[in-house]
Ligand binder design. Structure first.
Ligand SMILES: Cc1ncc(COP(=O)(O)O)c(C=O)c1O
Length: 416
């Protein structure tokens, strides 16, 4: 039956999936086909239960199928599904986000993180009347053309598209630099500031495994961009509302010019959003000349799910509870040899190396074979982690101490 399902998927979807990482190619096993997910558990079509440490790639901070979210969307569905027009839920979610993240004076909702970043870049270029964008190696900002680049060496300035089908003309204005290398950033900005519209960064990168910024890196980045008239974009699609009621910008007291959000703010439904200073956001159509639109943007059901999740996050001491669980994992796993356990708030990554991992080059030097061996054993033992060394693992409020202790026990067993 399982083989038939794989064949069916392969005949219907390219590679049997709608998003490449779901094919489990990085860990070399058959994909999971999921039947249902409740709380911290996910069940495959054979009925096997896994503790889920992927949590819909970070979108489900309250666990799968939170009862308050379900109740709320059921209630809202009675009023219709999509209006394609402005509604109250949209305003309420916008108001909650604006109050939580002061750098966001105006916000626009879209349907995915990719869309949010793509439109933010367009806006930054229009506002500054400049074309170049600086990003960091290993940071992911969705699959829009101008950001799908893989750098050569940061010093050489050579850039390649990381996907076929992207003309060089589109990426020639993208510069990619190593994360946490302030010297290179400064030199590049000094050389390119007249043509550079924005620097975009995941303030806590989570798409090359979890990497933490060096102590002053983000402050220096803010100072430098301000000094040289370059906009600073924080891509908080993963980090927004993950560590506190706001973004990494609240934690660090840094004000970016523009912010991208997604995942958590949609309560598990498709969403993206971008916002920032009024003078920039006012350039968006219909007020200004930057075009951006969407049939499903501000969908009342999605908005209601987001409102429910954010209200719960605002009310309860959820962040501390989740991070106490991560701290426990860190304490135990860090006792193991040749492991670098990177963690913050509700996210973590196990890197197989005895060195500190500070950027994408360091990640690429880790022992991927060992990661794969550990991963497959974990899966067999009923623990589902994101199937790639480049993805981070997530803990939700639905993970109880039993889930956490099991993770530690089985990780230790599988690494011996
Ligand atoms: C930091 C970041 N930006 C953008 C995106 C793209 O979001 P989406 O998958 O909703 O298009 C992602 C997706 O994981 C992300 O992690």
């Amino acid at each position: 039956m399982f083989k038939l399902l794989i064949k069916k998927a392969d005949n219907l979807l390219p590679g049997g999936v709608d998003s490449p990482v779901r094919a489990f190619k990085n860990v070399g096993c058959a994909p999971l086909y999921i039947k249902k997910a409740i709380g911290s558990k996910i069940y495959d079509i054979n009925g096997k239960k896994y503790i889920d440490f992927c949590m819909s790639w970070g979108a489900e901070i309250l666990g799968h199928g939170n009862k308050y979210v379900i109740k709320c969307i059921q209630k809202n569905l009675k009023n219709g599904i999509n209006f394609g027009l402005t509604n109250n839920n949209e305003l309420e979610l916008a108001d909650i986000i604006k109050r939580a993240i002061p750098s966001i004076e105006l916000i626009r909702f879209v349907n995915s993180g990719t869309e949010a970043v793509m439109s933010t870049i367009r806006l930054a270029r229009a506002f500054t009347k400049k074309d170049k964008i600086i990003k960091f190696d290993g940071c992911y900002h969705g699959h829009s053309d101008s950001l799908l680049v893989s750098a050569g060496s940061g010093v050489s300035g050579i850039i390649n598209a990381s996907s076929a089908g992207i003309p060089y003309d589109i990426i020639k204005n993208t510069i990619s630099l190593p994360f946490n290398n302030f010297y290179l950033l400064k030199e590049t900005i000094k050389k390119n500031y007249k043509k550079t519209a924005a620097v975009i960064v995941e303030p806590i990168p989570a798409n090359m495994g979890l990497i933490l910024p060096e102590e002053n890196f983000l402050y220096e980045l803010r100072d430098l961009t301000k000094k040289y008239g370059i906009l600073l974009i924080f891509d908080e699609i993963i980090t927004g509302f993950r560590f506190c009621f706001g973004g990494v910008q609240n934690l660090l007291n840094i004000e970016p010019d523009l912010t991208c959000l997604g995942k958590i703010i949609g309560g598990g439904f498709p969403i993206g959003a971008f916002g920032g200073k009024k003078e920039i956001m006012k350039m968006l159509s219909p007020l200004g000349s930057v075009y951006q639109a969407g049939t499903f943007s501000g969908n009342p059901i999605v908005m209601s799910a987001g409102i429910t999740v954010l209200k719960i996050l605002r009310k309860q001491d959820i962040y501390e509870k989740i991070s106490s669980k991560i701290n426990f994992i860190a304490k135990e796993v860090r006792k193991l040899k040749n492991i670098f356990f990177s963690y913050f708030g509700s996210m973590f990554t196990i890197f197989f190396t005895d060195k500190k991992v500070k950027n994408f080059d360091d990640v690429k030097k880790c022992d991927f074979k060992r990661y794969k061996r550990w991963y497959l054993r974990m899966l067999k033992d009923g623990l589902f982690l994101p199937p790639s060394q480049f993805e981070v693992s997530f803990i939700s409020t639905a993970h109880n101490w039993e889930d956490i202790e099991k993770f530690v026990r089985i990780t230790i067993k599988n690494l011996k």
